[in-house]
Each structure stands twice: as structure tokens, then as C-alpha cells.
Design a protein around this ligand. Structure first.
Ligand code: FES
Length: 310
């Protein structure tokens, strides 16, 4: 896995029996069962996580964690067989379009979720065009799963020389993901086995800045290449706490109606998939950075404690 990303695989057979295959993208909370015995005081608070995939036959849930400072950093210290408390999924599962043309736009960690959505969409008879974007070449993971989830993958990286596509139909691009979409749609990358102009649904999952850029580009540089009535959503990973719907309000997300300008608020823990044209991205960016100082301090404290014990 790339640096700062941890995959936690939880064995939870009895829970999976009641999962719907399409429900893997609902949010979950995970918590350590007990404190680290060797480092008293490093208990883990509940973490709101998005499930990456499930293996129903083997009873496994895969959860991808980005180390942000705090409990997320402690996930790397979990030991095989150690019990955790896993609650969920909660919230509305991602809608899987059937018999449509679906464009997936993934940035970094977002690709850990998108490949499951792509696989489900293909199983439902949709065509999938997948733009998978990364900052560095070392950031890419689950390549086989992403390939299996898409008819075409456009591998994008900010870092040169870019990825080498292994399947003949796939493409590679060095630069940001919006430029990659323009290059693909304009024919700069060659033939389009699945045309961007056929897209019915666009699903973007990545950083708030990436999703905001994709949302905006649809009305500017990508507009000539898209159907006017396509539908675009982003998975809004706003800060969360209780995940119990209208209890703590940590997940509040402002929306702005693009026609009237009217501001409304939604509880993201009900549904993380929100229309790109309505999300107030500056508001989301501010909220995502609200704990920055605390995260930096906690990260240093954990490093200090772990190094002391080691
Ligand atoms: S996270 Fe508490 S109400 Fe949504």
C-alpha cells in the first residue's frame, strides 16, 4: 500500500449475512476493542470509515484508512486477530446504475471505493469508463481490481513518466484528472471505446478540491463533450461523529441550489453521495480542515509514544 494508507480487513461473517452486495459504500465506524496493552493511554476513538469491498463468502470487510493524525494512525498498529468493534453500514448505499454508461473519476484514496462501484455497475450491465488519478506513481494500488471494474481505464498521475497501461484498451496521461478527461474526450489519447459523450452518470470520489474541479469543469472545458442531462455526484466525506442521523450534526453539509442560490443543509451521514452542482465546496473545505492543529499534535504524540515503547 502507498505511504499513509492502511487497509484493515475485518472478519465479520454474521454481519455480512445481512449485507446487500450494493451496500458496501455505506459508512461504518470502527473502534479498537481495548487499549494497546503495551502503550496504556493510546485507546482508539471511533472512526468513520468507508468500506472498500466485501467478500461475502469468506466473511471479510475491507476498510481503507488514510492516516490523518490520531486514531487513524493507530490502525497500522492493529495486530492480526485483534478484535475491533465494527458498526454499519449506515446511510444510503451508492446507487448502482444499470444498463447505462458510467464515468468514474477517482482521486487517490477514492479509488479504493470506486473499484467496487465499477464492478457492481458492470455486473448490472453498465459500461464503465474509469479515470483513476494519483499524485505520485507510488500511490497506485489494487490495479487488478480497478482493471476488472472498468471497460476502459485512463491512468493519470501528476508525476512523470506516468503509468504504463497493461491492457491494450487502457490509456495513460500525465497531468491532472480534468485535463485527462478533456484529452480523452477530444481524441488526443486515441480512439474512445467508451465515449465520454455517452456518459449518463458521473461518480467522483477523491479530495474535496478534485471533486470541486470536476464539478466545475462539467460546465466549462468538459461541457462540449458531455450530454446536457448527465447526472453527477460526489462522495462527500465531511467530518462525522455519531453517524446516527440528526444527532450530533458533525456531518452537516451546506448545499446551494444552482438556480435560486438558496442555501440548505443536509446531514451527510444520511447519504454521502451528493449532487456535484449543489455541494458548497468552500464550506466543505473549511470543515475538513477544522481539526488540523489537533491532528498534527496528536500525530506527534503517537509518534512519541510508539517510539518510546519501540
Ligand atoms: S454524524 Fe452525527 S448526525 Fe451525522
Amino acid at each position: 500500500m502507498p505511504p499513509n494508507i492502511v487497509e484493515v480487513v475485518v472478519h465479520a461473517r454474521w454481519r455480512l449475512n445481512i449485507f446487500n452486495r450494493a451496500s458496501f459504500t455505506g459508512s461504518r465506524t470502527m473502534q479498537r476493542w481495548q487499549q494497546l496493552p503495551e502503550i496504556p493511554g493510546l485507546a482508539m476513538e471511533g472512526l468513520a470509515l468507508t468500506g472498500a469491498s466485501v467478500d461475502i463468502e469468506r466473511g471479510l470487510v475491507s476498510l481503507i484508512v488514510l492516516e490523518m493524525g490520531g486514531s487513524s494512525n493507530l490502525c497500522a498498529l492493529l495486530k492480526p486477530g485483534e478484535p475491533v468493534v465494527l458498526m454499519g453500514p449506515t446511510g444510503t448505499p451508492t446507487e448502482i446504475p444499470a444498463g447505462k454508461t458510467v464515468v468514474l473519476v477517482g482521486g487517490g484514496l477514492g479509488n479504493a471505493v470506486l473499484f467496487s462501484i465499477g464492478a457492481a455497475a458492470r455486473a448490472a450491465g453498465s459500461k464503465v469508463l474509469y479515470f483513476a488519478g494519483y499524485k505520485k506513481l507510488v500511490d497506485r494500488y489494487k490495479v487488478a481490481e480497478i482493471e476488472a471494474a472498468a471497460d476502459i481505464v485512463v491512468w493519470c498521475s501528476d508525476e512523470s513518466p506516468g503509468f504504463e497501461a497493461t491492457r491494450p484498451q487502457d490509456k495513460s496521461y500525465v497531468g491532472n484528472i480534468v485535463k485527462a478527461m478533456v484529452a480523452y474526450a477530444s481524441g488526443e489519447l486515441g480512439v474512445q471505446p467508451v465515449a465520454l459523450a455517452d456518459a449518463d452518470h458521473i461518480i467522483a470520489i477523491g479530495s474535496d478540491r478534485m471533486m470541486a474541479a470536476v464539478g466545475l469543469a462539467r460546465h466549462n472545458q468538459l461541457k462540449p463533450y458531455l450530454k446536457a442531462d448527465h447526472f453527477a455526484i460526489g462522495s462527500i466525506n465531511s467530518p462525522m461523529q455519531c453517524m446516527m442521523k440528526e444527532i450530533c450534526a458533525q456531518c452537516l453539509q451546506p448545499h446551494q441550489d444552482p438556480e435560486t442560490g438558496k442555501i440548505t443543509y443536509v446531514f451527510s451521514c444520511f447519504n454521502q453521495d451528493q449532487p456535484l452542482d449543489q455541494v458548497d465546496f468552500p464550506g466543505l473545505a473549511t470543515r475538513l480542515r477544522q481539526n488540523t492543529a489537533q491532528e498534527k499534535l496528536t500525530s506527534q504524540w503517537i509518534r512519541h509514544c510508539v517510539n518510546d515503547v519501540g
